[in-house]
Ligand binder design. Structure first.
Ligand code: CMC
Length: 429
């Protein structure tokens, strides 16, 4: 609380003093918790554009400056110096690990990478053409049916084990979903490899041949994971917190987060973006799509552009663009039509008045899709890779919520339905 600041609200001629809270960074917050009790009114904020639903010490975004900090550390520094697993430690525990802590953490994660053998049968129940996100929602939810010893959310040790299991097993589950969809045998995790290299190995190795992970691709994959690791109270994270606020087990909460992430306005944008680039096909068709994006009645948006919070640039996109250049250079991809369309679309959107005035910049998903496509992933795997990366953020936020807030999340509503009325028997309707 900041004792020296108060907000005043006048409701039907009566004045109410509302306490104010000051964050470490960012705008002050008006505390409206007692508003309903005292003034008998609710506030209306669909989309939560002005509402803080929790306190959090994990991630900070300054949308105007284009700044993203994990536990205070700028994303650009972490992307240049750190690794995804180190970032996982940072997000989960609040500080960068010592060498010994990192060794212990790496060992704990890598020893949880296999899934219960019986889970293989669970996969086989899905149709081969299932979207890997559908498979992931199901299989991650089903983890609560396999790991009964880490379901008690009141036990810190069990919460810790559940966290390790999910960070370790999500790549395995996503890779299995992919292998199943292409009809290839599952590839077991290889604990001698890094987190990112192990994932690439499980996706692209086949039992008949040796598969050596290219270090440039390993680094690019690790960066994709780091850049997506957390993003404060976005839709899927808020879903995880809301599900968790009822006391649901952690596997069920993360499955709920994965389901929310799937939507094209959120994590599904990477798939939607690349599909859009392919649909545009050639540079000469771009103006048609730009016109459609500007036409409110078309219902069409340029996927991979815009962000609720970033109104200057998306710092993740800047790093991702560099990574995209490295990967394309390595793979010798200079002139493919999708890339040409992407580059021209980026150029036009950055110089077009509509996009400039609405502050619509290419976001992280614009470039991540280009990298993942170049690596050989089908578009349907783009969002599962986002899910693997965001798992640590979801879990860190869930753990924070469990230890700090005992209240179930339960928004109010502005009712616009019928008045109370009497039931009419079917013969008289
Ligand atoms: N193409 C064309 N116009 C757009 C776009 C776009 N991609 N995004 C926003 N606008 C327009 C929108 O029509 C509106 O215009 P007006 O003020 O005239 O009504 C204005 O910009 C503000 O849009 P909004 O929907 O109120 O903004 P929001 O903050 O609610 O939505 C967003 C943010 C990311 C959902 C939206 O920009 C969007 O749908 N982008 C495309 C999907 C996408 O790339 N999503 C990935 C986000 S980054 C990864 C992640 O965090 O999940």
């Amino acid at each position: 609380m900041c004792a020296d600041k108060t907000a005043k609200l006048s409701v039907n001629g009566k004045e109410y003093d509302l306490p104010m809270m000051s964050p470490v960074m960012g705008p002050d917050v008006v505390d409206i918790r007692k508003l309903y009790d005292e003034a008998d009114v609710f506030t209306f904020d669909p989309g939560f554009t002005s509402t803080a639903a929790c306190k959090s010490a994990i991630t900070y975004i300054d949308g105007d400056k284009g700044e993203l900090l994990y536990r205070g550390y700028p994303i650009e520094q972490l992307a240049a110096e750190s690794t995804h697993l180190e970032v996982c430690f940072l997000l989960l525990y609040g500080e960068l690990p010592t060498k010994a802590q990192m060794e212990d953490f790496t060992s704990r994660i890598t020893r949880h990478t296999m899934v219960h053998e019986q889970m293989h049968y669970f996969f086989r129940g899905f149709r081969r053409d299932s979207h890997p996100m559908a498979t992931m929602v199901g299989v991650v939810g089903a983890m609560s049916a396999f790991y009964h010893d880490s379901l008690d959310i009141t036990d810190p040790w069990q919460r810790e084990v559940a966290a390790m299991r999910m960070i370790a097993k999500l790549p395995t589950i996503a890779a299995m979903a992919y292998k199943y969809s292409v009809g290839q045998p599952f590839v077991y995790p290889k604990n001698s490899l890094s987190y990112a290299a192990n994932f690439l190995h499980m996706c692209f190795a086949v039992p008949t041949e040796d598969y050596v992970v290219n270090p440039v691709l390993e680094k690019a994959m690790d960066r994709i994971m780091m850049l997506h690791a957390d993003h404060e109270q976005n839709a899927s994270t808020s879903t995880v917190r809301l599900a968790g606020s009822s006391g649901a087990n952690p596997f069920a909460c993360i499955a709920a987060g994965i389901a929310c992430l799937w939507g094209p306005a959120h994590g599904g944008a990477n798939q939607a973006c690349l599909e859009m680039l392919r649909e545009i096909g050639t540079v000469d068709r771009i103006p048609e799509y730009i016109a459609k994006a500007k036409d409110k009645n078309s219902g069409f948006r340029l996927m991979g552009f815009g962000h609720r919070v970033y109104k200057n640039f998306d710092p993740r996109a800047t790093v991702m663009k560099e990574s995209a250049d490295e990967v394309l250079e390595l793979l010798g991809i200079h002139n493919n039509p999708t890339l040409q369309v992407a580059k021209e679309l980026e150029r036009i959107a950055l110089s077009d008045d509509y996009f400039i005035s609405k502050k619509l910049y290419p976001n992280v998903d614009f470039y991540s899709g280009i990298i993942l496509d170049a690596m050989g992933f089908p578009t349907s795997m783009f969002t599962p890779i986002f899910a693997i990366s965001r798992t640590v953020g979801w879990i860190s936020q869930w753990k924070e919520m469990i230890t700090e807030n005992g209240k179930i999340g339960r928004p109010r509503q502005l009712y616009v339905g019928p008045q109370k009325r009497d039931y009419v028997d079917v013969r008289h309707r």
